[in-house]
Design a protein around this ligand. Structure first.
Ligand code: FAD
Length: 473
């Protein structure tokens, strides 16, 4: 049987699944709603059944029944994904990992932690901290998203500059393959050159190649000192130059390097209560930087020296250093409120793109010219992890316009922005993934040879196409 011949799951199959997970493992009635809609209400979904197995063996048994009956499966973690990959279309079963929340083992000597896929990211961070270690992945949704979800989307976040994406933070994976077989790849090795690195196939696969049930994560020493700085600069080009300056002068101590243009600050002040301008005077561009060190002292002096030389070189106009955690928290609150603040301005056109860091200024200029040509008066709200070349490039309507002002221009704006991204050999999805949202764009814009390789991998691991159909590929 193939995806083309798939029909609604039979009662026999659904009863068999229920038999595996038990009554506690099935979500029904009013309880189903939160699983079938993402936080912004986009892509409302339907499912033949919502199941929450409590163990890897139960996940395997459910998948085996699905494989035998050609039933499609949408895996779901914390349901914080931004591209609709976790929402089923109707005839699938939704398989949630929410009951698999065990921290299996923490080994400080190896700097590793082995966890169930359903562990919430913030709980994993906390468990590592209690063991005197750092799990550095940090994203705005960390109180809700799960380890299986961040692995399946290769989540990025604010510490990629120092520690890398999720891809760099996973040593081993346990997964249930589309035929129901369990792959135990829970290795704790830093070196293993025995052929293809198969775990990397599952990382960023968005649930299209199997269900991640467990993982070995990399841990780091806890930083002894942290310094948070907000600097005002004249232009994105100066922000990029400041990154290089800051890394050179501090021996690469930057963990985060985030850019916000002035309109970002204005929108946060307008839409988010209890926020205030981070600096006395307005600047065209703001850079929020965090530095950390394993040493117990000396970092602050090093940062002050670095800022003074940046001032002397005209790389910055002004800077404030957070004096305590509350001040640092207030600066980060502005950055983390960006999505909500932009929502307050209507739907607009949203992009999550990446280019080489040095290309960011030229990308912003060229994309901005395209936006102005297509929708005069539209406002570009650009912010993001520029230390990683990742810009959240959002376009909203003119000041005071109807929230739907850009509806008829959205497709044209997106296409133009992606053309500019193509010219820079960049990516149309830097960290949020493809899901339903960018599936057609991926098909149009990904290198055809790469697309063929992806399809070949999918076909070989999931010949029936039961794992998260209609997403990504
Ligand atoms: P879900 O949303 O449930 O699922 C996401 C995808 O992974 C789906 O395709 C799903 O099928 C698949 N999946 C989930 N669990 C499994 C599993 N166990 N096995 C196989 N497939 C699975 N993302 C970033 O990268 N960086 C950010 O800075 C960032 N900030 C965010 C801030 C906010 C406020 C929000 C709402 C989202 C943000 N995101 C960010 C996006 C989102 O949080 C991430 O994509 C996250 O990794 C999703 O995890 P989740 O557990 O919620 O997965």
């Amino acid at each position: 049987m193939s995806a083309a011949t798939r029909s609604a799951p039979s009662k026999v199959a659904l009863d068999a699944i229920k038999g595996v997970v038990g009554a506690k493992g099935v979500v029904e009635g009013e309880d189903a709603a939160p699983f079938l809609s993402e936080w912004r209400g986009r892509w409302p979904g339907e499912a033949a059944m919502i199941v929450c197995p409590a163990s890897t063996e139960a996940v395997a048994a459910v998948v085996k029944i699905c494989a035998d009956h050609n039933i499609a499966i949408t895996p779901q973690g914390g349901n914080t994904g931004l591209v609709g990959g976790q929402i089923p279309f109707g005839d699938e079963i939704l398989l949630s990992l929410k009951r698999m929340r065990r921290i299996r083992e923490i080994e400080p000597l190896n700097n590793t932690m082995t966890v169930d896929a359903g562990v919430i990211l913030a709980e994993a961070q906390e468990a590592a901290k209690e063991a005197g270690r750092l799990f550095p992945l940090s994203i705005g949704a960390e109180g809700t998203c799960q380890i299986g979800g961040v692995i399946s989307t290769n989540a990025g976040g604010v510490n990629v500059l120092r520690y890398g994406n999720t891809r760099d933070l996973v040593l081993g994976i346990e997964a249930v393959l589309p035929n129901g077989e369990v792959w135990n790849g829970l290795k704790r090795l830093r070196k293993d050159n025995t052929g293809y690195d198969l775990k990397q196939l599952l990382i960023g696969a968005e649930g299209t190649l199997g269900i991640v049930t467990g993982a070995v994560l990399k841990l780091y020493p806890l930083p002894a000192e942290k310094v948070t700085v907000c600097a005002g600069v004249k232009s994105p080009a100066d922000a990029v130059a400041l990154l290089s300056h800051a890394q050179n002068e501090t021996g690469g101590a930057a963990t985060s390097f985030e850019l916000m243009t002035r309109i970002c600050i204005d929108l946060v002040l307008k839409h988010i209560p209890n926020t205030r301008d981070p600096m006395g005077e307005a600047h065209a561009v703001y850079v929020l930087m965090e530095f950390s060190s394993g040493q117990k002292s000396g970092l602050r002096a090093q940062i002050e020296e670095m800022l003074e030389s940046a001032l002397n070189k005209n790389l910055i106009e002004d800077a404030v250093i957070a004096e305590n955690e509350a001040q640092a928290g207030a600066l980060w609150h502005i950055r983390h409120s960006m999505s909500e603040a932009i929502n307050g301005e209507g739907l607009g056109a949203r992009h999550d793109v990446s280019v080489a860091t040095s290309d960011i200024p030229a990308f912003l200029e060229k994309a901005g010219a395209e936006v102005t040509r297509i929708a005069p008066g539209a406002r570009v709200v650009a912010f993001g992890h520029i230390g990683d070349g990742n810009v959240h490039y959002d376009v909203v309507g003119p000041e005071g316009a109807d929230p739907h002002a850009l509806d008829d221009k959205r497709a044209e704006i997106e296409s133009a922005v992606y053309d500019v991204i193509g010219a820079f050999n960049g990516s149309i999805s830097a960290e949020h993934g493809v899901g339903r949202h960018r599936r057609d764009t991926l098909a149009k814009r990904k290198n055809p040879v790469e697309l063929e390789m992806m399809r070949a991998i999918k076909k070989s691991l999931d010949p029936q196409g039961i794992m998260n159909p209609g997403k990504m590929l």
